[in-house]
Design a protein around this ligand. Structure first.
Ligand code: 5AD
Length: 353
């Protein structure tokens, strides 16, 4: 579909009846491909150790408050057994970004063992920027999908939100490497970042389409008090005053993405629940076809706070299973178990190359 920037802008700013019309269009496109089905992936946040200092993130290296952890293989195995019992078709391993050899060896071991013991599970990795050789080894060990949000497609805005050592071109190159290695590649941005314009968001959508990503994780930006961004009082005030606007912008952004890319997987980001207790469900009703319930053990959840008011931190995997399946069924959607849920766009892309 050809993108007309004027139309996209109208959609992004839609309210009231116009917004409902936009949602209806996005929903009908989504349902043509996925029906009312929602794929489940068990999310294991296995380490909060991070070498980066992103200005928005609660587990940034410079924040000394959270106690740092790395789950043992025994703990991870218990999570995998839960995933098997719940019959979620995939596991997502997420952590802070670390490029130390010790960490890389450990991650490789986790992926290898997971693939050996649970060959039917889809394995997704979300552990930041890594070098191509290592990504190749992970792919060989059984990982088939990788999530790496570009955070913003605009290198100038990126530079404002990240320390000098982090480079937009390097991040982009990592996404290209992943595509080259035949991963299903997921990316995304945060919507409602301080300093982010409508033009930036239109640029993000172009970036997504031009680079042919298979999966998306897009979430609303949420303030965290122990980060440099929230120390700016203007940002704090702006964020609190624009919560409703930003949540709407986030939903509209995803609706446009679905219109532009009918066959991609779109996950309902947990951060949506900060704005509305049914945030994730609203995403699934309009555009999303993937949910990633947390399997992270209760003891670690309050140490993995990327943003404030993260939901479900006093819950365990069982509770998240019950709560989300009930909410999904109540919303007229169908939880799907026992399927890996690969991106249909990935297969289409493979036929075309
Ligand atoms: N608000 C919303 N999302 C955040 N992330 C990190 N910090 C925040 C925040 N304050 C997102 C980033 C990252 C993903 C794992 O979590 O987009 O890629």
């Amino acid at each position: 579909m050809k993108i007309n920037d004027q139309q996209i802008k109208k959609w992004l700013l839609a309210e009231g009846e116009n917004q409902q019309r936009l949602f209806k269009k996005a929903r009908s496109i989504k349902e043509k491909i996925f029906g009312k089905r929602v794929w489940f992936r068990g999310l294991i946040e296995f380490s909060n150790i991070c070498q980066n200092d992103c200005a928005y993130c609660g587990i940034r290296k410079g924040n000394k408050k959270p106690e740092r952890f790395q789950m043992s293989w025994k703990e991870i195995l218990a999570c995998l057994k839960f995933i098997q019992k719940a019959n979620y078709g995939s596991v997502v391993y997420q952590s802070g970004e670390l490029t130390a050899d010790l960490f890389k060896d450990y991650l490789l071991k986790i992926v290898r063992l997971t693939h050996q013991k649970f060959p039917e599970l889809g394995i997704t990795i979300s552990c930041g920027e890594q070098d191509k050789k290592f990504l190749k080894a992970l792919r060989k060990a059984g990982a088939t999908r990788y999530l790496l949000r570009i955070e913003t497609s605009n290198p100038k805005l990126y530079a404002k939100l990240h320390p000098q050592e982090m480079s937009w071109p390097k991040r982009f190159q990592c996404l290209k490497d992943l595509q080259d290695l035949d991963y299903q590649v997921g990316t995304g941005v945060m919507v409602g970042l301080p300093g982010q314009t409508i033009k930036n968001l239109i640029g993000d959508l172009h970036f997504f389409v031009e680079n042919e990503f298979d999966m998306f994780g897009v979430g609303p930006y949420v303030i965290h008090q122990d980060t440099p961004l929230s120390k700016d009082l203007k940002v704090q005030q702006w964020w609190h005053q624009n919560k409703k606007r930003n949540f709407n912008l986030f939903l509209n952004f995803l609706a446009v993405l679905r219109i532009l890319r009918p066959k991609v997987n779109i996950a309902a980001a947990t951060a949506a629940d900060v704005f509305d207790s049914l945030g994730r469900i609203k995403v699934l009703q309009v555009v999303g076809n993937v949910i990633m319930p947390s399997i992270t053990p209760k003891d670690y959840r309050d140490k993995y706070l990327l943003y404030e008011n993260k939901p479900c931190i006093d819950e365990d995997a069982e509770k998240c299973y019950d709560c989300l399946t009930q909410k999904i069924i109540h919303a007229g959607l169908i939880p799907v178990f026992g399927e890996q849920g690969n991106s249909p766009f990935y297969y289409q892309r493979k036929i075309n190359v």
